[in-house]
Design a protein around this ligand. Structure first.
Ligand code: BTN
Length: 262
């Protein structure tokens, strides 16, 4: 295992960004960066502030799941202040940024599973948890949480051993977390600024989605839709056509795929 303190670290202080990561709140160990980021976001933290942990003791995943993040992972939350129309697109921006950072720093090929899992060879290497907070009808702030398995050995965590992978497991050697982190923040900034300029991100994101043309089952609370994943729209919603030809547009849910042939 590579011994490395994520911050203070020269690589982080030499970030190639103007916005994201220019303010850093670092904890060697914290319960969840989401809780801290939500608190400081409410207190008016500047856009682009990141809350980063050497290690989390109570990392949270989507749909109330546990997220395992050790000192071998990247765990951070970014405070952003998007508009209401930009808010649903943060997932696409973030998953693209992670995929591009992985590919640029390691050469590993990634795919995306709707809505926002980052996969390598079909196994999950990273995930995103985004939460928006409104003030009236406007967005007050959003927190985008990113978890990335860098040097973690999934085999050592029975709960995820079969479904997860890490960069080191794929590369066959460990890498510095700060290298991938620096690239990730840069990619995130480029894409977020593009989003702010009104540029569409969904075509780039769509090209990486392995979910399209698969037969999928999506659970949304107590509702389940099964059918062919036909397309995604500019907000990242999944268009699922069932066997009766009925189209459901899904904004969020738990996806299982493939569950047969389209
Ligand atoms: C998922 O795929 O379910 C989303 C995982 C998100 C995990 C990150 S790690 C940093 C931040 N803090 C948390 O507690 N969760 C997110």
């Amino acid at each position: 295992m590579l011994e490395e303190r994520l911050f203070p670290d020269l690589t982080i202080r030499n970030l190639e960004t103007q916005l994201i990561g220019q303010r850093v709140i670092y904890y060697p160990v914290v319960s969840s960066t989401m809780e801290v980021a939500t608190e400081v976001g409410r207190l008016g933290a500047e856009e682009g502030t990141i809350v980063i942990a050497g290690e989390q003791t109570a990392g949270r995943g989507r749909l109330g799941r546990t997220w395992f993040s050790t000192s071998d992972s990247i765990a951070l939350s970014i405070i952003l202040r998007p508009t209401l129309s930009q808010l649903p697109r943060l997932n696409m921006v973030t998953s693209l940024a992670i995929a591009q950072a992985i590919e640029k720093t390691t050469g590993l090929a990634t795919t995306l599973k709707w809505p926002n899992d980052i996969l390598i060879k079909g196994k999950k290497v990273g995930g995103i948890l985004s939460e928006g907070y409104l003030r009236g009808s406007e967005v007050d702030f959003a927190v985008v949480g990113i978890g990335l398995n860098v040097n973690l050995d999934p085999v050592e965590i029975p709960e995820i051993a079969d479904i997860a992978t890490s960069l080191s497991a794929q590369l066959g050697h460990p890498i510095l977390r700060s290298t991938i982190l620096k690239s990730l923040l840069k990619e995130m900034e480029v894409l977020y600024l593009a989003l702010q300029r009104g540029e569409p991100v969904h075509q780039q994101w769509r090209q990486r989605l392995q979910t399209l043309d698969q037969r999928v089952r999506v659970t949304m609370g107590d509702k389940v839709v099964e059918g062919c994943a036909e397309d995604v729209d500019p907000d990242g919603c999944l268009h699922v056509r069932d066997d009766d030809g009925h189209l459901t547009i899904v904004a969020a849910g738990d996806l299982t795929a493939p569950v047969g042939i389209c």
